[in-house]
Design a protein around this ligand. Structure first.
Ligand SMILES: *Cc1c(COP(=O)(O)O)cnc(C)c1O
Length: 384
């Protein structure tokens, strides 16, 4: 791959010269809005038979995402949760998984309320601090982490965990949603599977849901091809196209959103109403060195805690330009209240143990002008 990451995103991984001038030379990849495909004759196929199995627009998107994450294959699904749900079909009743305690709330809900009824066992760990090897059991089959985590931004050392996973023959899964392939590539650091909520940075415009599984293992690829064709949550052609369009601007969006996050993190750190700011780009961030070793940037997600719960609620009531909404990774800056939104289904004692309190707010910076964002925060902070 001779081109830079930025160029590869814009040209969607197509080697312009090598490729035949297909699709009338269309610069934008066509949307193949079709459910089925006519066969030339018995025993022959155009390569496509039925869109649950595969569709050209989805196939192109899957190739793009596979290459951006350095995998051998990718699977595009109708949401991040559809991707994780499909991935969990790789396991059998009685299997045990070691999972990060501070995961996206929806993942915890899936494990506890859907997978457990199928006799999967889970042990929740803080991968930054706990002794991982001592928690491995005879039936342990996989390790599942996010780094940084949602929302407390725990950062764990991907290479170190990969070594443990290899030694014990465990499938190592990393949800890479928070940094996107632009800033971090877990497969290059020893992971077997990468998950993305494509709804977030890859899509980038808060206008569609999508999810991805990327792998560099042929055995996993083969099983997942069978599962996606059988269960049917593949991403629709139009949504696949929206993702292709979003990815074209991934680089420039990530750079601008990260710049905004850094400036806002610094500004928040100086406010008397703020108890702590958790942003990997602050030198005070505990895992700053690990982050620098394994990622090319610090991302656009930050979490902060106010002195009192009432202040957090007041900030949410007074922000104007910044929207009080769930989700992240889009061009618009969004503020989230994990306690009642993303992590509402996580039991209160677990939430508090993970450090999520009523005074915790999560911010996903967009690509607006930084002065306008700071102005909005200033006017909100004056009222709390
Ligand atoms: C949003 C999110 C998901 C779930 O993705 P959806 O597209 O909303 O289904 C999974 N993991 C992380 C880290 C997320 O932020």
């Amino acid at each position: 791959m001779k081109y830079s990451l930025q160029t590869r995103c814009i040209h969607l991984e197509q080697d312009q010269k090598a490729e035949k001038p297909e699709h009338f030379g269309a610069i934008s990849y066509p949307i193949y809005q079709t459910a089925t495909y006519a066969h030339p004759r018995l025993g022959e196929s155009t390569g496509y038979d039925y869109s649950r199995l595969q569709n050209p627009t989805r196939a192109h998107l899957e190739q793009v995402v596979a290459k951006l994450e350095y995998g051998i294959d990718a699977f595009a699904l109708s949401s991040g949760m559809a991707a994780i749900t499909l991935l969990m079909e790789l396991f059998q009743p009685g299997d045990h998984l070691l999972v990060e305690a501070d995961l996206y709330g929806g993942s915890i809900r899936l494990f506890d309320h859907v997978n457990k009824k199928n006799q999967y066992e889970f042990t929740y760990l803080n991968f930054e601090e706990d002794d991982i090897e001592s928690k491995i059991q005879e039936n342990t089959k996989a390790i599942y982490i996010e780094t940084p985590t949602n929302p407390m931004m725990h950062v764990s050392d991907i290479e170190k965990i990969a070594q443990i996973a290899k030694k014990h023959n465990l499938l190592f899964i990393v949800d890479n949603t928070f940094l996107s392939p632009y800033f971090q590539n877990p497969l290059l650091l020893g992971a077997d599977v990468v998950i993305h909520s494509g709804t977030k940075f890859l899509g980038g415009h808060n206008d569609t849901l999508a999810g991805f599984i990327v792998t560099n293992r042929e055995d996993v690829q083969e099983k997942l091809r069978f599962l996606i064709k059988t269960t049917g949550a593949g991403l629709a052609p139009f949504d696949s196209w929206l993702l292709l369009r979003g990815i074209k601007t991934l680089a420039i969006r990530m750079e601008q959103a990260q710049k905004n996050a850094q400036k806002i993190a610094e500004w928040l750190s100086e406010q008397k109403q703020v108890k702590r700011v958790i942003y990997p780009g602050l030198p005070s961030f505990p895992q700053y060195e690990v982050m620098k070793k394994q990622a090319r940037g610090f991302g656009a997600m930050l979490t902060f805690e106010l002195e009192h719960e009432e202040q957090a609620k007041d900030v949410l009531n007074h922000i104007k330009l910044i929207k009080f909404a769930e989700s992240l990774g889009g061009v618009e800056t969004l503020m989230t209240y994990p306690t009642t939104q993303t992590h509402a289904d996580v039991p209160e004692e677990v939430r508090l143990k993970n450090g999520i309190t009523g005074a915790t707010l999560r911010l996903s910076t967009g690509i607006e002008d930084i002065e306008d964002l700071l102005e909005d925060l200033k006017q909100a902070f004056e009222k709390i």
